[in-house]
Write a protein that binds this ligand. Structure first.
Ligand code: GLU
Length: 488
């Protein structure tokens, strides 16, 4: 097998039978990192042989999500490549050829057992406490018997003959593995309708695409043993396999829709997560950098990634940690970038309009709240007060331990001070408001609370001086005037 680093070829092989899953994104990412680390090739292969469950919309979702995450493929849909086509539904003739070969070499056989017969067999085994496995009823059928069943048009599947030996392989993550093939029984490689099974198509394509390394979830471990047998039957060299730890819910159940959002597009992208944060978080789900460092760009991950530091125990999906990480990326991004990305999440017409017509003001509003948000989708509710006159209860204006009369004084004093100052800047605003508070016997707390509440109508918001600066003198005075009216 080709093992010099340059010729590393990995593949990500999703089945388009549902929305692109966050666990699949992790598998894609690890393959991508491994390939890029060694300047190898990352192949995207769409495993759409289940025609009933595969849908074009899910193919689109896979491609969109991968591109959004920055996980581009070197060979695959849209870009093509030497092993095209990259949709398994377009490669059926190749699978058939392999099945014919296995049949001709008597490494596989037609199985005419009906589903009812198979179920009965299984139930009888279970009753005896034995693990279910096909007993091989059709394994040694005489040619005349086969001819008869064929003439009667009895449906058949095709089974691969498993000899009862141990299958050994050296897993890139788990180390030496051993499976007793005796436990499998002869397994099906094509269904009664002639459609090939995953075990076959995957094995044939990994060979045809000269895949050198297969990184996939732990749930495929026993499939790997079967695929190794199948590859031997077809005289293929098997790729090297590495099984990634499963991703679990915090309660250690398997990551599922019911307990955790799993759709990359619907649950993460559309909720305001950044692709940078998702990629960073997913990389740490099963891989450890060997230090306390947690923040990595995709480029840095390529540099740092090593398969030796992929854990072999399950990884827990910690939603709070991901949210924290998203907030971290939001806080550290250029405000222009943040404003551009947040503008895709605006829903209120007035704010949308303002973002287009007054881009600078929109940018200032976003910069006001940059430190306070964790999701792009939260930006709008935090900046809304800048664009829409706030509505609130007059009680909000009264600071703790203050009263209505003192609040009124604060508003009048603030109006005077703001009108008077010549340079309407952060520093001047602060000096002026604090001075006038003192002058009128008010605490700083009373003054600042009241003015801030008058400007925003919110119990919590960015600091008063920043808000005054962004809103500007006229708008600020207008809002303070209407607050005064509320108190009379
Ligand atoms: N289509 C399979 C899956 O989505 C591919 C597994 C593999 O990577 O071999 O689980």
């Amino acid at each position: 097998m080709a093992n010099d680093n340059k010729s590393i070829r990995v593949r990500f092989a999703p089945s388009p039978t549902g929305q692109f899953h966050i666990g699949s994104a992790r598998a894609a990412l690890f393959n991508f990192l491994y390939a890029k680390k060694f300047a190898g090739t990352f192949i995207l292969r769409i495993e759409d042989t289940d025609r009933q469950r595969s849908e074009d919309q899910f193919v689109k979702d896979i491609l969109d999500c991968l591109l959004w995450l920055g996980i581009g493929w070197d060979e695959g849909p849209q870009v093509g490549g030497p092993a095209a086509p990259y949709f398994q539904s377009e490669r059926l003739a190749m699978y058939q050829k392999c099945v014919d070969q296995l049949l001709a070499e008597k490494k596989a056989y037609k199985c005419f057992c009906s589903p009812e017969e198979l179920t009965k067999e299984k139930e009888a085994q279970q009753k005896k406490g034995a693990a279910p496995k096909y007993t091989g009823t059709c394994r040694d059928l005489k040619p005349e018997a086969i001819a008869k069943l064929e003439a009667a048009k009895k449906p058949f599947s095709i089974r691969f003959k498993v000899d009862g030996r141990k299958v050994k392989f050296d897993d890139m993550i788990h180390g030496p593995m051993e499976f007793d093939a005796n436990l499998f029984g002869d397994f099906v490689i094509t269904r009664t309708d002639g459609s090939p099974l995953f075990l076959l198509t995957n094995t044939v394509d990994d060979n045809a695409m000269q895949v050198t390394h297969v990184l996939r979830g732990d749930d495929h471990l026993s499939n790997t043993a079967k695929q190794i047998l199948l590859a031997e039957g077809l005289n293929f060299l098997s790729p090297q396999f590495g099984h990634l730890p499963l991703i679990m819910n915090p309660d250690r159940s398997k990551l599922s829709k019911r307990k955790n959002p799993v759709s990359v597009s619907a649950d993460y992208r559309q909720s305001g997560y950044l692709p940078e944060a998702i990629v960073n978080y997913l990389a740490l789900l099963g891989w450890n950098p060997g230090t306390d460092r947690e923040i990595f760009t995709l480029h840095e991950l390529i540099e740092e990634f090593s398969i030796e530091r992929v854990n072999n125990s399950n990884a827990i999906f910690d939603h709070d940690k991901l949210l924290w990480m998203n907030g971290h990326y939001i806080r550290h991004m250029a405000v222009g970038d943040l404003a551009a990305r947040a503008s895709e999440f605006l829903t209120q017409a007035a704010i949308k309009k303002a973002s287009r017509e007054r881009p600078e003001f929109f940018l200032q509003a976003v910069s006001l709240v940059q430190d306070r948000i964790k999701l792009l989708s939260e930006v709008e509710e935090h900046i809304a007060f800048c664009f829409v006159t706030p509505e609130y209860d007059a009680k909000l204006l009264i600071a703790k331990k203050s009263d209505e009369a003192r609040t009124k004084t604060a508003l009048t004093a603030a109006t005077e001070a703001l009108t008077k100052i010549s340079a309407y800047t952060l520093d001047e605003l602060e000096v002026a408001l604090r001075a006038t508070a003192r002058h009128h016997g008010l605490t700083d707390g009373e003054m600042l609370w009241t003015v801030r509440a008058a400007l925003t109508g919110l119990p919590a918001s960015p600091g008063v001086f920043e808000v005054l600066e962004v809103l500007g003198r006229d708008e600020s005075l207008k809002r303070i005037a209407s607050a005064s009216k509320k108190l009379t």
